[in-house]
Design a protein around this ligand. Structure first.
Ligand code: ADP
Ligand code: MG
Length: 557
């Protein structure tokens, strides 16, 4: 075959393939156009996973009737003028090829009204062939209807997946944009069913709740502002207690653009080092703002990747910000030793405050600690990734025993240890009455006690968790030595009694521990849900950060 120029139709269809691979590509381009047009509401309707129809309607600035035809031509855009503009792009679109590409491989209808016109114009295109525009009436904004994708390129149609898969991609994309642009109201309808709706009230957390569900949203931790000068970062990350089996839930936006970036995803994953089990991945929604001249967005046909002027700096900013958020450590103040604080979490806006509670104790965790030794037969010294920890061995052990015992109570499977010989316990009358009242609770905890006439009781088994202490002592604890500050354990009988017996059973201050025992206690504490306080709310540890040490040694101002 001699060399010849391809007919325009064929050339356009080939070029379109770069930009429009599947229905979700259309949704992406049209949603980006709506965002660039300052829309406050974007409605997306699809049929058959977008293969039969993708319709995107916005209430943005619209296109003037006399520019409608131009908008459909390749390389015509209102967003870029000179080559220099390419170095600092502030809009999502800039190449002027999306509408042309979509029109080349579908049956498209474009209706738009620029507010000043009052009237709307409509234009139909089939496989790139444009009909004369005509007048119509429509609300201000733009509505693009795309039917029968690839009707004229059967080879491409064969590469489409099932309706459901295509729909899932669209739903995922719209969800991501809905979370990135909480000030825009998004609505996605698929085959007549509403799939997603966000309020568009500017409250990001509320949009996140609509997309990921309230249960997830309320567990997420807001990312602390990093110290980066050139990069700022906001968003949410999951606590280590909430993870996924793959990295798909790591969402990155750079300057309002959803991007795929393996290196930045790794920065997020690295921030969770030692906090997640192997094979588990975090949920993260990170919105980075980088000066427009520090990022090249013109490197990928679908604009799904970017190139940073200083990738290492962006990487470390993300990694450090997420790590700091997870460790719950704001930059160290002038205090030298501070008790380890729970990550505090206050939702920004009022409507969500009613539905989202501050996190429970589960969001407190400790990093993996390396045992260094014991001081004063009372405190363990340990090293963490971010400094030195001093651990109160008694409070820590109390916490460990308490969680173990309560886990069994909650599972309604208390582990009992039968005594070799039944023990007879004689109590004062007042205590006997108390114990009598608490017998069902004791059974729930794993005690086996029976009244034995008068003020005596027969003890046949104790909770296995308490096997380290004398059985009689364990039972007596239930009715003696009331903690003044038991209140934090709430009304639950089990928790109150468990707290009391675990306190009695825990390693005491003054007890020398072997290295192996120290290590075991640290491991057990790390595994706790709320390792930072004893069941009565006192701290189990104090933290001496590397920064504080540096300051004390005059290495830092
Ligand atoms: P680009 O977004 O790269 O400029 P497109 O082909 O997507 O290229 O759009 C071409 C032009 O049409 C845009 O520059 C814009 O002026 C106009 N346009 C497209 N969609 C909309 C819309 N939803 N609202 C207002 N103008 C639009
Ligand atoms: Mg565009």
């Amino acid at each position: 075959m001699p060399i010849h120029s391809l007919p325009e139709e064929v050339a356009n269809a080939i070029a379109a393939g770069e930009v429009i691979e599947r229905p979700v590509s259309i949704v992406k381009e049209l949603v980006e156009n709506a965002i660039d047009a300052s829309a406050s509401s974007i409605e997306i309707r699809i049929r058959n996973g977008g293969k039969a129809l993708v319709e995107v309607a916005d209430d943005g600035v619209g296109i003037h009737a006399d520019e409608l035809e131009l908008a459909l031509q390749r390389y015509s855009t209102s967003k870029l003028e000179t080559i220099d503009d390419l170095h600092a792009i502030h809009s999502l679109g800039f190449r002027g090829e999306a509408l042309a590409s979509i029109a080349a491989v579908s049956k498209m209808e474009l209706i738009s009204s620029a507010a000043a016109d009052g009237a709307a114009a409509i234009l139909e295109v089939e496989g790139g062939k444009v009909n004369e525009p005509s007048q119509t009436g429509a609300p201000a904004g733009t509505r693009v209807r795309v039917r029968d994708l690839f009707f004229n390129v059967p080879a491409r149609r064969r590469f489409l997946k099932t309706d459901q898969t295509e729909r899932n991609w669209i739903s995922r994309l719209v969800s991501r944009y809905a979370m990135a642009y909480p000030e825009i109201r998004f609505r996605l309808e698929s085959d007549g069913h509403e799939n997603l709706r966000t309020p568009g009230n500017g409250n990001r957390l509320e949009a996140v709740g609509q997309v990921l569900g309230l249960e997830i949203a309320e567990q997420l931790i807001p990312v602390q502002e990093p110290q980066g000068i050139r990069v700022s970062l906001e968003g949410y990350v999951s606590p280590p207690s909430l993870s996924r089996s793959n990295r798909r839930e790591i969402t990155l936006f750079v300057n309002g653009r959803w991007i795929q970036d393996i290196s930045l995803s790794s920065a997020v994953v690295q921030a969770y080092h030692t906090l997640l089990m192997v094979g588990r991945h975090p949920i993260a929604l990170l919105f980075l703002t980088v000066p427009a001249d520090q990022v090249d967005v013109n490197v990928h046909p679908a604009k799904a990747e970017v190139r940073f002027a200083d990738p290492r700096m962006v990487f470390s900013t993300v990694q450090r910000a997420v790590r700091a958020t997870l460790l719950g450590q704001a930059p160290v103040q002038s205090v030298m030793i501070e008790p380890v604080q729970q990550t505090s979490w206050t939702p920004a806006d009022s409507p969500i405050e009613r539905t989202i509670e501050p996190p429970g104790q589960t969001e407190m965790f400790v990093p993996v600690l390396r045992s260094v030794g014991q001081v004063g037969a009372a405190y363990l010294v340990a090293e963490g990734p971010d400094g030195v920890y001093l651990i109160d061995q008694h409070a820590a052990h109390e916490r460990v025993l308490f969680e173990r015992l309560m886990a069994q109570v909650e599972a309604q499977a208390p582990e009992s240890q039968a005594l070799l010989e039944t023990e007879n316990v004689q109590l004062a009358p007042e205590q006997a009455a108390l114990l009598q009242d608490q017998l069902p609770t004791l059974t729930a905890l794993g005690f086996q006690v029976e009244p034995f006439g008068g003020n005596s009781f027969q003890l046949r088994a104790v909770p296995a968790t308490l096997s380290g202490m004398s059985p009689e002592r364990a039972l007596r604890t239930v009715v003696e030595d009331f903690e003044e500050d038991e209140a934090p354990l709430a009304d639950h009988q089990e928790a109150r009694i468990a707290g009391r017996v675990c306190k009695a059973a825990a390693i005491k201050s003054g007890q020398v521990l072997s290295l192996a025992e120290q290590r075991e206690l640290l491991r057990d504490l790390e595994a706790c849900e709320a390792p930072r306080t004893c069941p009565h709310g006192r701290p189990t540890m104090v933290h001496l950060s590397v920064a504080a040490l540096e300051r004390q040694f005059g290495r830092r101002g």
